[in-house]
Design a protein around this ligand. Structure first.
Ligand SMILES: Nc1ncnc2c1ncn2[C@@H]1O[C@H](COP(=O)(O)OP(=O)(O)O)[C@@H](O)[C@H]1O
Ligand SMILES: [Mg+2]
Length: 500
């Protein structure tokens, strides 16, 4: 094997743990940064809070550990003292004394009994006692402070401890001990606790993290991902979120979002549909204008024929064609579905209404009577062409309703009527268009004045009343269905227009 090959092999062998290490590292980094840091923040916060809880329990437990340790020393010293007192004349041989003191790990023991304090056992005393603590009077705060001080105190301190004897062995017991073993035990204890805390916090943090991730972060990611993909293709119904069966806030959020998305994508599709329709209308309009212009030329020629009927009808034909061409041009010119601003003027209403009746073919002999109750000199203030369209739409609707109605019951139907009345009061002109037809169907009444929505007829577009409403509102007036008309025999629309 060449040195190069050997090198590659070594590299490959050592790449194993490093790759694994890198993978773990990448996993941690990904989880810390993913979901815009939500998972990461969650992980760090969980570890932080668990550590905080551990520290809060660590401080009192280390204080408790020190108190118990010292109390044990006192008990051991007391047993040693009792053994010494059992010796004849309380004379303890030096060897036994040293043994007793070493076993109890104290330098000296003193007892107080019946108000007399006396030294029971004493080895060679250290030169000085650095500090003394009375376990009988110390509160929790003091205990914690003393325990924490042990960690920072000098190594070779000698301390004196006073405490209550464990058995009824007198008023108090006093021992002198080295602090070093206590310090060592406390460090050991702290270390153990730290390790345990780390273990517990990692374990708890992992549990909390995975639980929250499954319960919150993942569903949130699903929501945000869906919002992002839906916002890119809002018309695509496949992008609408499929709500889960959860009953909590996440489930509600998903269901509400799904409803919103359905509504939005429906509206968008309708908008697209309308845009396409608008384009189609513009195209038709464009060519229709040319066709109408042709018809206008021909009708001009008709005017030269001397037949009295032709002479009577030609001006009306020319007027209708003029209006049609103007409508096409205006719509094309503005290129929008909105009506032009009205150009109001004063003119007599009756001739306009009669002209409309004629163009719609009213009256119909033996079927529909045509009635008007309008003063000859009653003037309205409106855009002539636009009011023509409004009234023509309403009167045509009435005629269509009556025709359909009569078709459904051809024999036993009395003479029907369409009646237009007008009056002026309080600076307003009121125009009422009534008929003796079937009334407005309930289905149509819900969206009567909304474009494309109110129609109930197979050939209808649902635009007539919407156009009428838009024009009348642009004049500062109102149009409404008379209250009694709903689901009643007969229909009446009332238009209110400002008189000036
Ligand atoms: N005078 C009327 N009598 C009965 N129904 C009417 C009358 N006027 C309007 N309607 C109802 O209102 C619907 C909407 O009318 P309209 O907006 O003009 O649309 P379209 O005539 O294209 O259907 C009609 O389809 C019809 O059902
Ligand atoms: Mg109509």
């Amino acid at each position: 094997m060449s040195p190069d090959e050997e090198k590659t092999k070594t590299n490959r062998v050592s790449a194993g743990p490093r790759t694994r290490h890198n993978a773990v590292y990448r996993w941690v980094v990904r989880h810390i940064t993913e979901a815009n840091g939500l998972s990461g923040k969650l992980l760090l916060l969980t570890i932080l809070f668990v550590m905080l809880a551990e520290i809060l329990t660590f401080v009192p437990s280390v204080a408790n550990f020190r108190r118990n340790w010292l109390q044990e020393r006192l008990t051991a010293a007391q047993i040693a003292a009792l053994s010494a007192e059992a010796a004849p004349n309380r004379q303890v041989p030096k060897k036994l004394r040293d043994e007793l003191l070493r076993t109890a790990r104290v330098h000296a023991v003193a007892l107080k009994r019946n108000n007399t304090r006396y030294l029971v056992l004493q080895a060679e005393m250290p030169e000085r006692v650095d500090d003394h603590y009375d376990l009988r009077k110390t509160g929790w705060f003091e205990l914690i402070k003393d325990a924490l001080m042990v960690f920072v105190a000098d190594d070779n301190r000698t301390i004196l401890i006073q405490g209550r004897p464990s058995f009824s062995g007198g008023d108090f017991i006093e021992v002198v001990i080295d602090e070093k073993p206590l310090k060592k035990a406390m460090w050991q204890f702290a270390w153990n606790i730290a390790l345990l805390s780390l273990l517990i916090s990692t374990f708890t943090a992992a549990l909390v993290y995975f639980a929250l991730r499954a319960l919150l972060v993942k569903p949130m990611q699903k929501l945000t991902n869906n919002m992002v993909s839906f916002s890119k293709h809002p018309e695509d119904r496949r992008q609408i979120i499929k709500p889960c069966a959860r009953n909590d806030e996440i489930g509600t959020a998903e269901r509400v979002l799904a409803d919103m998305q359905k509504q939005l994508s429906g509206t968008l599709r309708q908008k697209n549909h309308l845009a396409a329709l608008g384009l189609a209308v513009s195209k038709i309009n464009h060519d229709l204008r040319n066709i109408l212009a042709n018809a206008q030329l021909i009708s001009d020629r008709l005017g030269t024929i001397e037949d009295p009927t032709v002479q009577r009808l030609t001006p009306r034909l020319i007027g209708s064609l003029d209006r049609a061409i103007r409508l096409c041009s205006d719509t094309l010119h503005y290129g929008r579905a909105k009506e032009n601003l009205p150009q109001p003027q004063q003119f007599a209403l009756l001739p306009l209404v009669n002209e409309i009746a004629l163009s719609i073919g009213l009256p119909v002999e033996g079927e529909i009577d045509w009635q008007t109750d309008i003063e000859t000199d009653l003037q309205v203030y409106a855009d002539h062409d636009q009011l023509y369209r409004v009234l023509a739409n309403l009167i045509r609707n009435a005629r269509q309703a009556l025709d359909d109605y009569r078709l459904a019951q051809p024999f036993d139907r009395p003479l029907d009527f369409i009646c237009v009345t007008a009056s002026q009061q309080d600076g307003q002109t009121l125009i009422k268009i009534a008929d003796s037809g079937p009334g407005i169907p309930a289905k149509a009444s819900e969206h009567l004045f909304d474009a494309f929505q109110g129609s109930t007829r197979p050939q209808g577009s649902g635009l007539g009343l919407a156009i009428a409403n838009e024009i009348i509102r642009a004049h500062g007036g109102t149009i409404e269905l008379e209250a009694v008309s709903l689901a009643k025999e007969s229909t009446a629309f009332i238009i209110k227009l400002p008189s000036t």
